[in-house]
Design a protein around this ligand. Structure first.
Ligand code: FA5
Ligand code: MG
Length: 424
């Protein structure tokens, strides 16, 4: 099953059975249920147990990703072998679900896997929810039907910044087979549906904040929510958008969405349909909902974390248990030049995500963050030097200094063995 394209470490495979989105009283599961409740079973099937191992056809080709798209590279995606990977997004299931789903809409919630940076909001496994809704075009003029469905979504008083036209010839084009009128209607239905989710989420988050004993938290919750639509690009939708919220001083991307490419629907045997799709990151929503400060906490099995969430009670903010001190250690190394690239599985080119993976393999959840602090080229040898600062901190206990040193030394040894670098 494995081949020379395989790059999934065994540590990553251990996440597959966890299914946090199905674990009772887990914040990811509560977040899923909160969003699903805005997409009623009259129109939506909710899929929650699709296999994370998919073909590269499902994850990329069926969605129109070009052959040279960077997302396909072994530095970004976990491959089981050359034709099979761990899904990098729930969109991997769009084509098959458009084909098999009996209702006009669906949601798909699932764990997704990406080789990525290490910090408080990035983890190699996270959860997404895909949502889609279609209308049957063979019925003739369907614009009126879409607008009737739009009016059935509860109205709200959320003010959303939305400065761009629905369609823009260069930046966000209409598809050839669509009329401007249909797409205006589909886009309006999409945006209202998602705004309805955001209003529901933030109503819970605000109620929880207002119940806090901390006056500054209550005060912050009184401020109006700032939300904006911006133009985006995805190979499988056009026009496309992202929704951002202003959170703790900066804009945070919550989701991507758009009008589904007709080719994808045609290939799924649904050529008579037009519709929208979105993909939302559940950890980001859950962090806002419960004010959870670090993405690693979702994987904690510590009772002090898990016991704080109850799906049948009013939502409460997470109260951090004591914050243990961290230990920062720098590591610097020379990257060997191309000419001396050795065999033994050492990759030909240096990629930062390979460093991140080694740090994760050795340090696991004891690593809070990894940040590049310095990079320069040697004037004579042209070799590159990199320095990373690794912050070791457990969410559950105090890490002794000697343990941090041991981890740090082991990471250095692995960098030498697996990437062929020379420690400085
Ligand atoms: C996608 O994954 C598209 N499949 C979304 C989509 C679906 C577009 C359907 C159009 C139609 P993107 O890579 O931007 O897009 O991820 C979507 C969301 O997942 C982000 O907005 C963010 O909320 C979340 N997300 C992405 N990367 C991470 C990460 N490393 N950690 C946590 N959340 C993430
Ligand atoms: Mg994005």
């Amino acid at each position: 099953m494995t081949d020379d394209w395989t790059n999934v470490p065994s540590g990553i495979l251990e996440f597959l059975p966890r299914k946090l989105h199905l674990q009772p009283n887990h914040p990811i599961s509560i977040t899923r249920q909160t969003i699903e409740s805005r997409f009623p079973p009259s129109h939506f099937t909710h899929y929650n147990d699709l296999n994370p191992v998919v073909t590269t056809h499902q994850n990329f080709d069926s969605l129109g990703f070009p052959a040279d798209h960077p997302g396909r590279s072994r530095s970004d995606t976990y491959y089981i072998n050359a034709s099979t990977c761990l899904r990098t997004h729930t969109s991997a299931h769009q084509a098959e679900t458009f084909q098999s789903n009996a209702k006009s809409g669906y949601t798909i919630t699932a764990d997704v896997y990406r080789r990525d940076a290490i910090d408080r909001s990035h983890y190699p496994v996270f959860h997404q929810m895909e949502g889609a809704r279609t209308w049957n075009r063979s019925k003739g003029d369907i614009t009126a039907d879409i607008l009737a469905d739009l009016n059935a979504i509860p109205s709200n008083d959320l003010v959303v910044e939305d400065d761009n036209p629905t369609v823009h010839a260069e930046r966000n084009p209409l598809q050839l087979s669509h009329s401007a009128e249909e797409v205006e209607a589909v886009a309006a239905h999409l945006k209202r549906s998602i705004e309805d989710v955001v209003v529901a989420i933030f109503k819970h988050a605000r109620d929880a904040a207002l119940a806090s004993e901390d006056a500054s938290i209550r005060q912050e919750a009184e401020k109006p929510l700032r939300v904006r639509w911006i133009e985006a690009y995805f190979p499988f939708t056009s026009p496309s958008w992202e929704l951002e919220v202003f959170w703790q001083g900066s804009w945070l991307e919550l989701l991507g969405c758009g009008v589904v490419k007709q080719e994808l629907l045609n290939n799924a045997g649904a050529s008579n349909k037009i519709g929208w799709a979105f993909g939302i990151g559940l950890e980001r929503i859950a962090m806002l909902l419960f004010s959870i400060p670090d993405i690693r906490l979702f994987w904690s099995t510590d009772k002090r974390f898990l016991s704080q969430f109850n799906e049948s009670a009013t939502l409460r903010r997470f109260v951090p248990f004591s914050k243990y001190p961290g230990a920062k250690r720098d590591i610097s190394f020379w990257v060997r030049d191309q000419a001396s690239a050795a065999g033994g599985g050492i990759p030909l080119s240096y990629h930062e995500n390979d460093v991140m993976q080694i740090v994760r393999d050795v340090g696991g959840d004891l690593v809070e963050s990894v940040a590049l602090v310095d990079a320069f080229k040697h004037a004579k040898t042209s070799r590159m030097s990199y320095c990373y600062s690794i912050n070791y901190r457990s969410l559950e206990r105090m890490i002794p200094r000697s343990e941090a040193n041991d981890l740090h030394n082991a990471i250095g040894e692995q960098l030498v063995a697996k990437l062929g670098v020379e420690l400085r």
